[in-house]
Design a protein around this ligand. Sequence first.
Ligand SMILES: CC(C)(COP(=O)(O)OP(=O)(O)OC[C@H]1O[C@@H](n2cnc3c(N)ncnc32)[C@H](O)[C@@H]1OP(=O)(O)O)[C@@H](O)C(=O)NCCC(=O)NCCS
Length: 245
Amino acid sequence: MLGLGTLRRVTRELRQDVAAARERDPAARTLGGSDILLTYGGVHALLTHRVAHGLYEAGLPLVPHVLSGAARVVTGVEIHPAARIGESLFIDHGTGVVIGETAEIGDNVTLYQGVTLGGTGFHRGKRHPTVESDVVVGSGAKLLGPIRVGRASKVGANSVVIHDVPANSTVVGNPGHPVRIDGRRTDPDADWAHLPDPVADAIKALAARVAELEGLLAEATGRRLEPRAEVRPMRRARGPSPAGG
Ligand SMILES: CC(C)(COP(=O)(O)OP(=O)(O)OC[C@H]1O[C@@H](n2cnc3c(N)ncnc32)[C@H](O)[C@@H]1OP(=O)(O)O)[C@@H](O)C(=O)NCCC(=O)NCCS
């Protein structure tokens, strides 16, 4: 039930959340706890969630959802009251963060703006990610489905992660794939930057076929059509990636 114990827990968690902001945001180093408490949207969203989650666990209807909705309007961060969040989460900048109902977050996790811990469909049950302790999720990253992001991993900005992530690894891209595990580059044969371009290949095959038919037509009628522009794959099949990856 809701009582003094819950209040004490929420207060302790809030103090840790403020300390996390001071430690992990270089711009916050000169700010006091009350400055952070007053001005950090991510901290406001977390504070509201800590209260809403306590009320949700106590079985109170509606109010936790109203609190979560109000926090979304004010901070742009939407956290379902049922989501389980460990100690010292830091949501930097905040806006656009969505944390789904069955998401679980360990301790000392950092989320930047625009991160989604979402589901992939309409089924019920566990459908959101589990993010283990000490993970950093870059801005705009989407973590989808009941996947597990291993301890101390990093998810690159704008990655779309739909598979489990090993501990101590760096995952980037869409689909997200590990580029570092335990500080070492992953298998160089896994050349994710130069994937084949099946749409361009199909169009190229069609263009070749049309050219062949035009040739036959020209032979039959003696009329030759002007050649059109050559079809090229949008991405180079070899050489350095323009994204630098
Ligand atoms: C992924 C990240 C955490 C760096 O982790 P790291 O373990 O130090 O990884 P590295 O910098 O060594 O990069 C590993 C590889 O991934 C590539 N990479 C890094 N971040 C990437 C990203 N977001 N998308 C695609 N590729 C990325 C690097 O170019 C490098 O490629 P290489 O192996 O071919 O050289 C960092 O790049 C990142 O995205 N941080 C998020 C920061 C953020 O959101 N800031 C918002 C502040 S408002």
